[in-house]
Design a protein around this ligand. Structure first.
Ligand code: SF4
Ligand code: SF4
Length: 312
């Protein structure tokens, strides 16, 4: 495996993936395989996949797995690793991501996240469950991170899946040029389009970017009618979970011919991964959203005639 973060991918035949999840049932209809791309232009404070953010391979350190053997210390030429009471610490300001420590760590206390894969490798993996897709109406979903942050790789993957007769979906923030999105829509059956907030200033506060391009693209995606559209909305306490906002959001979505809406309640399941990556958790202290609360917000949307599902 090549570990270098500088690996070039000019042709789009190779891309950076951090996970491929088989038998996925929440990323579109039927049984699916979800391919998680690494790299995202947004920085949502509630992100539960922090390993998806940076567009290069990284190390994740699980201190509890360390047996104190010291092999990583010996091999690290940057003196970036310290052992305290058989517990490993990496000074990431010294680390150059050479990944040598990953190779010598037998209990996998230090692991790599992010792997460069060929289009063919990914499609071969996805094709293993072709029969399940056919029987369940499922297929392949590209997610992330932001799958369209690696546009050529995503396009090649989608086109190859279509050539093989596999149904395709993308889960996108919509923060991408229309030129790319237009090409993608020609080889995508379903778009899972995320709406974080319809107010641009609030969107900026939650994600670090404004939403103008995202909402403009959404309108074009539904108008062009090349793919089915489902809307996904993360519901975050004190950000977009008030009844008044949900009413406004429902009115906004009602004007568009989208098939359905998924409300995804905030949870803290991704919190340990921030620690493994040596980062602070951005929403420390926020409580998860209860099932009852989520259901009551869903009821508001349903009362406006929208088809809504809830989940986490
Ligand atoms: S990845 Fe970082 S910590 Fe590990 S050996 Fe290389 S420089 Fe050292
Ligand atoms: S190689 Fe792995 S198990 Fe050994 S000290 Fe380093 S992190 Fe711990």
């Amino acid at each position: 495996m090549t570990h270098l973060r500088t690996e070039k991918n000019e042709t789009g035949r190779k891309g950076l993936v951090f996970s491929i999840q088989r038998y996925s049932i929440h990323d579109g209809p039927g049984i699916r395989t979800t391919v998680f791309f690494k790299g995202c232009p947004l920085r949502c404070k509630w992100c539960s996949n922090p390993e998806s953010l940076n567009p290069y391979p990284e190390i994740m350190v699980r201190e509890a797995k360390c047996n104190g053997c010291g092999k990583c210390l010996e091999i690290c030429s940057r003196e970036a690793i310290v052992l305290n009471n058989d517990s490993v610490h990496v000074d990431r300001s010294k680390c150059n991501l050479c990944m040598k420590c990953v190779d010598v760590c037998l209990p996998s206390a230090i692991e790599i996240t992010g792997r460069y894969m060929n289009v063919e490798e990914v499609v071969d993996e996805c094709s293993k469950d072709e029969l399940f897709y056919r029987n369940s109406g499922g297929g392949v979903t590209l997610s992330g991170g932001e799958p369209l942050y690696q546009p050529e790789f995503a396009l090649n993957l989608l086109r190859t899946c279509k050539e093989k007769g596999l149904s395709t979906a993308i889960d996108t923030s919509g923060y991408i040029s229309w030129k790319v999105l237009d090409k993608v829509l020609h080889c995508t059956d379903l778009v899972l389009y995320d709406i974080k907030h319809i107010d641009s200033e609030m969107h900026y506060r939650g994600t670090g970017i404004k939403n103008d391009l995202i909402l403009k693209n959404l309108k074009q995606v539904v108008d062009i009618k090349l793919a089915r559209v489902w809307i996904r909305i993360p519901i975050i306490p004190n950000f977009n979970d008030s009844e008044q906002y949900i009413e406004k959001l429902a009115a906004f979505i009602s004007e568009m011919p989208v098939e359905k809406i998924s409300l995804l309640g905030y949870h803290e399941w991704g919190k340990p991964k921030y620690e493994f990556l040596g980062r602070d958790y951005p929403l420390n202290g926020s409580a998860s959203l209860s099932q009852e609360r989520l259901q009551s917000l869903s009821d508001i949307m349903q009362s406006k005639g929208l088809e809504v599902t809830v989940g986490y």
